[in-house]
Design a protein around this ligand. Sequence first.
Ligand SMILES: NC(=O)C1=CN([C@@H]2O[C@H](COP(=O)(O)OP(=O)(O)OC[C@H]3O[C@@H](n4cnc5c(N)ncnc54)[C@H](O)[C@@H]3O)[C@@H](O)[C@H]2O)C=CC1
Ligand SMILES: O=P(O)(O)OC[C@H]1O[C@](O)(CO)[C@@H](O)[C@@H]1O
Length: 383
Amino acid sequence: MKALHFGAGNIGRGFIGKLLAESDAEVTFADANTQLVDQLNHSQEYHVRVVGDTQHTDVIRHIAAVQANSDDVISQIVKADIITTAVGPQVLAKIAATIAKGLQLRFEQGNHTPVNIIACENMVRGTSQLKQAVLAELPQQYHDLLEQYVGFVDSAVDRIVPPAAANDEDPLAVTVESFSEWIVDKNQFKGDIPPVQGMELTDNLLAYVERKLFTLNTGHIVTAYLGKLAGYKTIREAIADEAIQNTVRQAMQQSGEVLVNRYGFDRQLHHAYIEKILTRFANPYLVDEIDRVGRQPLRKLGAEDRLVKPLLGTLEYGLPNDALLKGIAAALHYRNADDPQAVELQGWIEQEGVEAALLRATGLKADEPCVATIVAEYQRMAQ
Ligand SMILES: NC(=O)C1=CN([C@@H]2O[C@H](COP(=O)(O)OP(=O)(O)OC[C@H]3O[C@@H](n4cnc5c(N)ncnc54)[C@H](O)[C@@H]3O)[C@@H](O)[C@H]2O)C=CC1
Ligand SMILES: O=P(O)(O)OC[C@H]1O[C@](O)(CO)[C@@H](O)[C@@H]1O
């Protein structure tokens, strides 16, 4: 099995590339970072340190890398059996043109074996969005072939992999938590489902995507933004603060009630899932910076993302949401001079006021009563 993976970063090396290589795929990473590509090609292996209740290091061998946007990556697309990505939601659309070029050449060369593409990003149905971007780049005459031979498979991906600390001796090493979950929509494959160990199949993907987004991601972001306000640097420090932990737990329980209502989740089991996530945030072996988890606040405040989407669910079902509202208010306080979205958000607040900025970022309507509550909470937090 030939696998091409876009994005040799934390999740690429620490999770998806690792699973593919451990399933005996010939793994080629495609990345925009020339130094990283050179290092991967030079060593052809890297270390993954798995940390949790126990620790061990896996060596991922026989891997190669190509420069994204090069002729080499096009040749890889021509012969790949599976193509995966972990590049970040904002980059996904940028690789669509490359994928379209590669697929066009694949069809022109008469390769009609199925290929499956799976975007492993924190997005709801990110692969389906990638498909639309690829179709927009692919000449119309190839669209039927794409529908016939290319599977665009949506997925949910869950493993905490913070950026590794700089290590000149072992620059490719990544540290990952022992928990991992990669769930894909089994109905979207073309041809045989690739035999990847650790890739779980479901025919109810949206429930899993929302379970992860509304729990791990919601809890994480509330921890990050409340932690930042309290002056902490890492997720572990923030979640050790009892007041923060209580609000984070409550926020996850409130978004969890949406899942219980929408998908019939068992409440007790879901509460156990929440408690497990709290222990993951407290993992003493992971140094996960608040600014990594809090990055790109405008994306995270979006209507389809981890704060507002569950909030809209609580409004739909008439459920409590005060902890989620606190999380949104804390997001509006997020400051990080190195994060262009954080700078932009603070600019909106300065120029237009907090309510206008909130409406612009979230798409909430001004007459929605929770808007006034968020603004009042924001003012309270400012004191
Ligand atoms: N790190 C984590 O714990 C998790 C991350 N995710 C998701 O995985 C995705 C990747 O996240 P990370 O691995 O943390 O980010 P990262 O920044 O470590 O890795 C992204 C990689 O993509 C590369 N890249 C950028 N532009 C590219 C292009 N045009 N073509 C090819 N490669 C390009 C970068 O050079 C980098 O190596 C994101 O969508 C994130 O939300 C999902 C679950 C867990
Ligand atoms: O990667 P994003 O979408 O910026 O958000 C950070 C989130 O991604 C993760 O790294 C992986 O799910 C979480 O740890 C965190 O909630």
